[in-house]
Design a protein around this ligand. Structure first.
Ligand SMILES: [Zn+2]
Length: 81
């Protein structure tokens, strides 16, 4: 493969990656709770932070609980239909 082919191939890889990133919008439905205080570990209402298992985004405890509440509400609405 010549240098031009290598450049073209690299260009393809880059554009494919960019397309994937822009088309993937994470709804953060796989949040993993994290506790700073070990005594509160296991109590979802007291999690100090959350991390999304899908995209790796980090959230504060309040944000994470709000996202989880929204998601469970959305699931409940779907199940009712
Ligand atoms: Zn996410």
């Amino acid at each position: 493969m010549g240098i031009l082919g290598r450049l073209l191939k690299r260009g393809e890889t880059k554009s494919t990656k960019e397309a994937d990133e822009s088309s993937t919008e994470c709804a953060h439905t796989r949040l993993h709770p994290h506790w700073d205080d070990l005594q509160e570990m296991g109590d979802d209402g007291k999690a100090s932070s959350y991390r999304c298992g899908a995209c790796g985004a980090a959230f504060s405890g309040d944000e994470g609980q709000r996202l989880i509440a929204e998601e469970s509400k959305r699931v409940a609405e779907i199940e009712r239909l």
